[in-house]
Each structure stands twice: as C-alpha cells, then as structure tokens.
Design a protein around this ligand. Structure first.
Ligand code: KG4
Ligand code: ZN
Length: 347
C-alpha cells in the first residue's frame, strides 16, 4: 500500500510517500522560517496561506521523486491535530479532497503520534514497550508506549513546553526565530558552570515538569548582566552565550532526571526521544549517557525527522489505513486533541 502523508500543523509543509513494502520512498519539506522571521514567531494566518501555496506543488514533487503518479496512491493521511487550526485545515482539506477524488481511503493522524513513532523510520527501530520523551514546541510529555495507539501518560509539562521555553528564552536574549536551534548554537560558545540555573520540579517525586520559571530566571539573569556589562560589547556577548549555556544545561538536566525516573518506574530498557527539541545534541548525549548507566538504550529519529515532517505522518497513516481506518467524507481538524483518545491498532 502506498500512502501519501501530509503535515501542515504549524510552520512546515511536509509531504511524503510511504510504501508498506519498501518503506519511505520520498519526502519533501518546505519550511516557513523566512516568512515568519521578521515577526519573531509564527503568524498563524500567514502559515495557513503558505501551506495552501505549497501543498499541491510539493505533492507533485514527492510523486516525481518516487517516480509515481497520483494514480499510484492507495491512501491519504493528514495531520488533523493538535496544532494551528487554520494550518491544520489547509492540509486536511487538501488531503481529504484528494482521497475523495482518487477514490481511496483517508485517515487523520495525530501530530504527536507522528513524532512518537518517527524513530520507527530508522534502520534500527526501537521495539515496544518503551518510554518516550516527546519534546516539541507545543508539548513536553513522558509516555509509556506498549504499542501503536497505546500511550500511557506518565508526566507532562504543567506550563511551557521545553521547545516553547527555548523559543521564548531565545527571544528574550535578542536571538532570532526559531529560537531552539539558534540558542543551542550560541550555547556552544558559552562556558559550562558560569551560571547554574534551577532544575525545576526535580526536588519532589513525580514526572510532571515546568519550564516557565526557568525562562523567567534566564530573563532576570540577562537583565542584570546587561546593566553590569553596559558598554562592554565583548563581555556582554560572552555573558549572553553563558546564559544560553546555563539555560540549555538546566533543561537537559531536568529532562534527564525525569527520564531516568520514568525508566526506573516502568522497568523499560528503551528510551525514545522525539519532537523538535530531540534535535538538541546535548540532550541526546546526556540521555544516551544516562541510558547506558541504566543498562538500556536510547533511540531517536534522524535530525530532519525530529522536527515536523511528512514522513512520520505517512508512516503512521499507513499503519492506520492498513488496520482498516477510513475517515468519512468530512473534514475535522482539532487545535487540541488528547493523545489518550487514540485507538490502539495491531501491527
Ligand atoms: O516538533 P517541532 O518541529 O514542532 C512542534 O510540533 O512543536 O518542534 C519545534 C520546537 C521549537 O520550539 C524549536 O525551537 C525546537 O523544537 N528545537 C530545538 C532544536 N531544534 C528545534 N530546541 C533545542 N535545540 C535544538 N537543536
Ligand atoms: Zn511537531
């Protein structure tokens, strides 16, 4: 079965083709970074319009890359939530209409399920059961995964998601959008240990998290440093990198402590990181070290499948369509969509 996957939940238009026999056969992506950069963050209306502009041309490109035509498509999968409602509607309308026109089944995919199962696209995929750390711009959660659609929530961020905290802290430091990768790059120039930021909610049991206070802590530190180093551009630049480093270290250490607890609590030997913040090198290194000590193993998708992409949607869509799912001829998109509403399927 050849499935066309469509991702349009935020600021990336992703299209991919997944073949149940051969695996991923093509994937293309258009990033809206340049479009939103001058506003310092995603402008939802501009995002929706840009998805509409790119969806069909990207679809043609993906088909061409795979040497296929529209008639080869056996099913369509599109992200139906959670995300920006207008952006989701763009992909959902195109996806559902295409399936109707081709007379093939269509299925809705949960964006976070896409992220969670993205490591399955790699050569050496993890086996169930595992603990998943989902760290994106909109969500930060730990789940015990026992199968496709079987996600038991272990803990989550009670305020900002880790990616959101990266983005907001980057903005406060005067760095560009998207904040995560820019802040991580600057942190490389920072000196470890110059500042020690708190590790929120690690002094009490439990797997919930909070990153909002860390963002405020960074802002206060940065404002003091700006006064202290006024007129000393070089010193201020180094201080900025040191703050970035301390912030990144605090997020990474906090996530690592929570992951270790989740591994010990579930007795799982496999940890999976997924979502945009999963692209962070320090986070990967720290979690790999922690898992080694725990006698287990860490899995993650390649960098381009950590952030939003069509491949993860085509993959999950293929599993769900093969299990017989077929969305009726109506178009629903959900800004919010709890993961526990997903049905489990046998693969
Ligand atoms: O999964 P994703 O592409 O979109 C959502 O579903 O939200 O995640 C985007 C988030 C953004 O907050 C971005 O700043 C963050 O992932 N991110 C990173 C890195 N690359 C992307 N955060 C830290 N370090 C990175 N290298
Ligand atoms: Zn995402």
């Amino acid at each position: 079965m050849i499935v066309l996957g469509i991702e349009s939940s935020c600021d990336e238009t992703g299209i991919a083709l997944y073949d149940s026999e051969k695996g991923l056969i093509s994937h293309v992506l258009h990033s809206q970074i340049e479009l939103h950069a001058e506003y310092g963050g995603v402008v939802p209306e501009l995002a929706s319009r840009d998805h509409i502009r790119y969806l069909v041309p990207l679809m043609e490109q993906a088909l061409q890359q795979a040497g296929l035509t529209r008639d080869d498509i056996d099913g369509v999968a599109y992200t139906a939530g959670p995300g920006l409602i207008g952006a989701l509607m763009s992909g959902a309308c195109v996806g559902r209409s295409l399936a109707w026109a081709l007379d093939v089944p269509a299925t809705e995919v949960h964006h976070m399920e896409g992220h969670l199962l993205a490591p399955m696209l790699e050569e050496n995929p993890p086996e169930f059961p595992f603990v998943a750390l989902l760290v994106s711009g909109g969500h930060t959660l730990l789940a015990h995964v026992t199968g496709v659609g079987e996600y038991k929530l272990l803990g989550q961020s009670l305020d900002d998601a880790a990616g959101e905290a990266f983005d907001k802290t980057a903005k406060m430091l005067g760095l560009g959008y998207p904040g995560g990768p820019v802040l991580a790059k600057l942190a490389e120039q920072g000196t470890a240990g110059v500042f020690k930021f708190p590790r929120p909610m690690t002094d009490r049991p439990g797997l919930d998290m909070s990153f909002s206070g860390l963002k405020t802590f960074s802002l206060n530190t940065w404002q003091k440093l700006k006064i202290e180093h006024e007129g000393q551009a070089e010193k201020l630049a180094q201080a900025q990198a040191d703050v970035a480093r301390a912030f990144e270290e605090a997020v990474v250490a906090t996530l690592s402590i929570k992951c270790k607890r989740a591994i010990q609590q579930t007795h799982c030997k496999t940890l999976v990181i997924a979502g945009g913040v999963g692209a962070n090198q320090h986070l990967r290194q720290q979690l790999a070290k922690m898992m080694k000590k725990e006698g287990g193993e860490l899995y993650y998708p390649r960098i381009e499948f950590c952030t939003d992409n069509g491949a993860m949607i085509a993959y999950v869509g293929c599993l769900r369509l093969m299990a017989g799912e077929n969305k009726e001829l109506s178009i629903d998109a959900r800004a919010r969509w709890p993961m526990d509403e997903l049905s489990s399927i046998q693969i």
